[in-house]
Design a protein around this ligand. Structure first.
Ligand code: GDP
Ligand code: MG
Length: 621
């Protein structure tokens, strides 16, 4: 296929008939003009759509949604590669057994502008690698290498798509995907379930509503029972997006022509897109290196001279050329139909991606200076949040101050219970010594009071613990909000919170204990108490004394806890956080959770693809 000047479908450059030269020339010029006009018209109306899908594919949008495409399926040796070759004008890898082992996307792009011809520029791209080559005879080698790389050397198959782009004056605008042929019996070295593996791979492609299924069936088999046709019917029962290609019409059993004609005329297994019969090069013609362009001529002659199949030419149901035009038109109308849905899907995904990206926030800059500034920024933001949290200005999920108030109320309620339980003066009977009734022993009251006050220690420590947990939860939430993506920084922060809270808790506990101690001291020294002592009857003494303790403890404990556990803890934490900056290993602190950075990168590339896709689509919607 090194002859680049040939063209099967739309040019006049070839003729091998035995007609006279003059007649030949007149006819050819005539045909050529007509065909070029048709071609020109086709190009005008279809090219933008094919290009659009091309653009969408080049931005990689097929990773996000299915694009309209044509896939070629069929049994092994049914003639898939032969049909693709005839359509594309390039030689594809051939051989016995399984040759196509990866889905092969064949992008055919006609690069003529009017009558000017351009050189062929086949390009093969797989994974991120793009190999460009100018010599079409290298296609086979590159496809094979790509397959070996993706599926491994040998006979295994793989799901990765190889793209082969052919830019030539000789091809029509079309994108097709060639799939491995359905194998019935595994060849040596193939897994036992190779048949199922291939069917699963085919299913993956043909079940998509966006796909036109091109089923290749040889005429010399029982068409109705073909596995590929059965699979296509399974995913497309009404045959709306299934087109069947009947190959090898030159190899049929004499006498079966009428039956086959009935199939092509859609009378046996009706398909909305119908049938096309093509005659490609047989093995002998390939061995004899009969050029594809000549094969096209031979094909036309074959149908023109065929007793049964001749009418198919007029019905536009025969020849590769007819197939090419039909496929292109089908693909374009399919694309047109798919556009509104594509647009809708893109819009929805854009919305989702933007929302998800918001949650990922921007990552740290790569350079050290920028990274350090970024660190300062997020530390400051964290400190601001902690400060406003401690002032009750920041509310996250469960309001901190509402929770604190609830805890303090519990403490207060507990105190009031103590008050009532001490109302009964009989209690003091338990403490009475040898003094006469009506006289109260000063030390007895002291004991009663100390005993009661001591009983408050336990609920006080319990309150302290609960409040510590509440504050820890809130500080943890802020830390996660700010440093979720940076596990090292988050860990450092959590350690700091833990250390500060522990020492503050010990300090608060000590202060509470001091307060309890003081209560018994105040009892002996405070003039207010002494006044009470003188004014009230000694029996009521404990009643009068305790409300004062209760009142003071009701205020003191919340004040102590709020001050040490929240306000001071927050201040200490903020100062400590700033100390991180001194001699910090910035890149280590800003080490990102790989999942998060991966996710952000993934989302960003999706956003890029979708935005580009939307832009490309906007001219068509
Ligand atoms: P694939 O396995 O489906 O890709 O089938 P191939 O395209 O490799 O074709 C299998 C064999 O059938 C090859 O030897 C082709 O030359 C031959 N073949 C394909 N189409 C025709 C045809 O229309 N007529 C004849 N006689 N042979 C054909
Ligand atoms: Mg093949």
């Amino acid at each position: 296929m090194a002859n680049l000047s040939m063209s099967y479908f739309f040019s006049s450059s070839s003729s091998s008939s035995a007609r006279s030269r003059v007649q030949d020339n007149v006819e050819d010029t005539d045909n050529s003009l007509k065909e070029r006009l048709v071609h020109h018209h086709l190009e005008e109306s279809i090219r933008p759509y094919i290009d659009l899908i091309d653009t969408l594919r080049s931005v990689g949008i097929q990773k996000d949604l299915a694009l309209p495409t044509i896939v070629v399926i069929g049994d092994q040796s049914s003639g898939k590669s032969s049909v693709l070759e005839a359509l594309s004008g390039i030689a594809l890898p051939r051989g016995s057994g399984i040759v196509t082992r990866c889905p092969l996307e064949l992008r055919l792009r006609n690069v003529t502008g009017g009558v000017s011809w351009k050189a062929v520029l086949p390009r093969l791209s797989y994974e991120e690698k793009i190999i460009e080559f100018g010599d079409p005879s290298l296609v086979e080698k590159h496809v094979e290498e790509a397959q070996n790389e993706l599926a491994g050397k040998g006979v295994k198959i793989c799901d990765d798509l190889i793209t082969l782009e052919v830019r030539s004056a000789d091809v029509c605008d079309l994108t097709l995907i060639d799939l491995p042929g359905i194998a019935r019996v595994p060849v040596q070295g193939q897994p036992q379930d190779i048949g199922n593996q291939i069917k699963r791979l085919i299913m993956k492609f043909i079940e998509k509503q966006e796909t036109i299924n091109m089923v290749v069936v040889p005429c010399n088999t029982d068409i109705a029972t073909t596995e590929a046709l059965r699979m296509a019917q399974e995913v497309d029962p009404e045959g709306i997006r299934t087109l069947a290609i009947l190959t090898k019409p030159d190899l049929i059993d004499r006498g079966t022509e009428k039956n086959i004609l009935a199939v092509v005329q859609n009378k046996v297994i009706p398909l909305r897109k119908g049938y096309v019969m093509v005659k490609c090069r047989g093995q002998q013609q390939i061995d004899e290196k009969i050029p594809l362009v000549e094969a096209t001529q031979i094909e036309r002659d074959f149908f023109q001279n065929h007793d049964f199949f001749r009418p198919l030419l007029d019905e536009n149901k025969a020849t590769v050329k007819c197939l090419a035009i039909k496929l292109t038109q089908d693909l374009v109308s399919h694309i047109k139909k798919s556009l509104p849905k594509l647009d809708e899907q893109i819009k929805k995904q854009l919305w989702d991606v933007r929302n998800e990206l918001k949650e990922c926030e921007a990552g740290p800059p790569q350079d050290l200076k920028g990274a350090k500034q970024f660190l300062i920024k997020i530390l400051t933001k964290f400190n601001d949040k902690i400060k406003s949290l401690s002032f009750g200005e920041l509310i996250i999920k469960d309001n901190l101050f509402v929770q604190l108030r609830t805890e303090y109320k519990k403490w207060n309620d507990g105190l009031n219970d103590t008050k009532t339980s001490l109302k009964s003066a009989e209690l003091s009977q338990n403490y009475r010594g040898r003094e006469l009734l009506g006289f109260s022993n000063y030390r007895v009251f002291e004991m009663i009071l100390q005993d009661r006050v001591a009983k408050l220690k336990e609920p006080a420590i319990k309150s302290l613990n609960s409040i510590k947990d509440i504050i820890l939860k809130q500080f943890t939430d802020v830390s996660h909000q700010c440093f979720r993506n940076y596990p090292v920084l988050l860990n450092t922060t959590m350690n700091k919170i833990d250390n500060i809270q522990s020492s503050q808790q010990a300090k608060t506990e000590q202060r509470i204990m001091d307060q309890f101690e003081m209560e018994s001291m105040i009892y002996t020294q405070d003039p207010i108490y002494l006044k009470f002592l003188n004014e009230i009857s000694s029996d009521k003494f404990s009643e009068a004394q305790l409300p004062i303790v209760v009142q003071r403890m009701a205020d003191q404990l919340p004040m102590l806890i709020s001050f040490y556990m929240l306000k001071e803890t927050a201040q200490l934490l903020c100062t400590d956080m700033l100390s991180i900056l001194e001699g910090a290993n910035v890149s280590e602190l800003l080490f990102e959770d790989s999942d998060v950075s991966k996710r952000r990168k993934y989302l960003q590339s999706r956003l890029g693809r979708l935005t580009a896709a939307q832009e490309a689509l906007s001219d068509f919607i």
